[in-house]
Design a protein around this ligand. Structure first.
Ligand code: PLP
Length: 333
């Protein structure tokens, strides 16, 4: 089976497991796990921010990050197919008391005119105040699309003039970084607060981080514990993340090349495949997925008419080539 359903399916490599086994640990609720502390400092540094917090999932990192810039009863603006809107099961409303309004961007892109149109300043007891804009980069359900750094810089300028905060859902920001060459610190600069995942393309079994100011992280540390996310000798997991940052970032370029191969097999222009995700329109999504499965290629339906393929660490060049043959045959049928 070639499993292209998600880049969360990767299993830790032998070398990653060895790094985990060697990890020095302590009780991280006491702030005494040196491996976690080192990872947090390193990731904060990569983005030019003061501090970071290790979380079990990207969803928790997003919930903590958004809550650090949006108070209960305020709203965050995001793209209509954003992970925070669609795939976090209402956490921002259910847990944080935050509402959302959305714009719909061509391929998930930023639309500053739409954002400006939605933006609601503080009008006392009349309207919900827009506290923040959330941007997802790369954009998962839009097909791993990269949000242009110039658009992000324009958003930053707009946010500064309107007093709005910026949250960056960077679950796959590493992919955007490798695909464009934009330094991580440049992405850090446009955001007040970020969430990044180690458990997607980077191949760690567990782990994400919220990144932001020292104050925001201190608050998030309390909220994380309240949500049941205080973890003890979790350096064993942080070590996997540290290993991934060292060894699995540059290789994302291979995943991107493999995704272009698959996109082409499905009739897309390979230039439209930005990173490691391919989303194609298939009116017969469910049966297409079933037929691919019968031929040894597992893919996912992400809507009644949308199919998603994701390349990752456990998909070799040969796997991608074989999957491309199977899929192009199915498309031709
Ligand atoms: C995967 C993902 C997350 C976090 O997901 P978890 O499964 O909770 O780790 C957040 N944002 C985006 C865009 C994602 O793709």
């Amino acid at each position: 089976m070639i499993d292209l359903r998600s880049d969360t399916l990767t299993r830790p490599t032998e070398a990653m497991r060895a790094a985990m086994a060697r990890a020095e640990v302590g009780d991280d609720v006491y702030g005494e796990d040196p491996t976690v502390t080192a990872l947090q400092e390193r990731v904060a540094g990569l983005f030019g921010h003061e501090a970071a917090l290790f979380t079990p999932t990207g969803s928790m990192a997003n919930v903590l990050a958004v809550a650090s810039v949006v108070q209960p009863g305020e709203e965050v603006l995001c793209e209509s197919s954003a992970h925070i809107a669609r795939a976090e099961l209402g956490a921002h409303g259910a847990i944080s008391g935050i509402t959302m309004r959305t714009w719909t961007g061509e391929r998930g892109r930023l639309d500053l005119a739409a954002i400006d149109g939605l933006h609601a300043p503080d009008m006392g007891p009349f309207f919900v105040r827009t506290a923040a804009v959330s941007v997802e980069n790369t954009h998962n359900f839009a097909g791993g699309t990269v949000v242009a750094i110039d658009d992000l810089r324009d958003l930053r300028t707009w946010a500064d003039t309107t007093g709005t905060r910026v949250h960056l859902d960077g679950a796959r920001l590493w992919n955007a970084h490798v695909a464009t060459g934009t330094p991580l610190a440049d992405y850090g600069r446009i955001a007040d607060v970020l969430a990044v995942c180690l458990s997607k393309g980077l191949g760690a079994p567990v782990g994400s981080l919220m990144v932001g100011s020292a104050d925001a992280i201190a608050q998030a540390r309390v909220r994380r514990k309240r949500m049941g996310g205080g973890m003890r000798q979790v350096g064993i997991l942080a070590a996997a993340g540290a290993y991934a940052l060292e060894h699995h970032v540059e290789r994302l370029a291979d995943d991107h090349a493999h995704a272009r191969l698959l996109g082409e097999a499905l009739g897309l222009d390979p230039a439209d495949v930005d990173t490691n995700i391919v989303v194609v329109d298939r009116p017969d999504a469910a049966s297409f997925v079933a037929r691919a499965g019968e031929e040894g290629v597992r893919i996912a339906a992400v809507g009644p008419r949308a199919v998603r393929l994701v390349t990752h660490l456990d998909v070799s060049r040969a796997d991608a080539e074989r999957a491309a043959v199977v899929l192009s045959r199915l498309v031709a049928r």
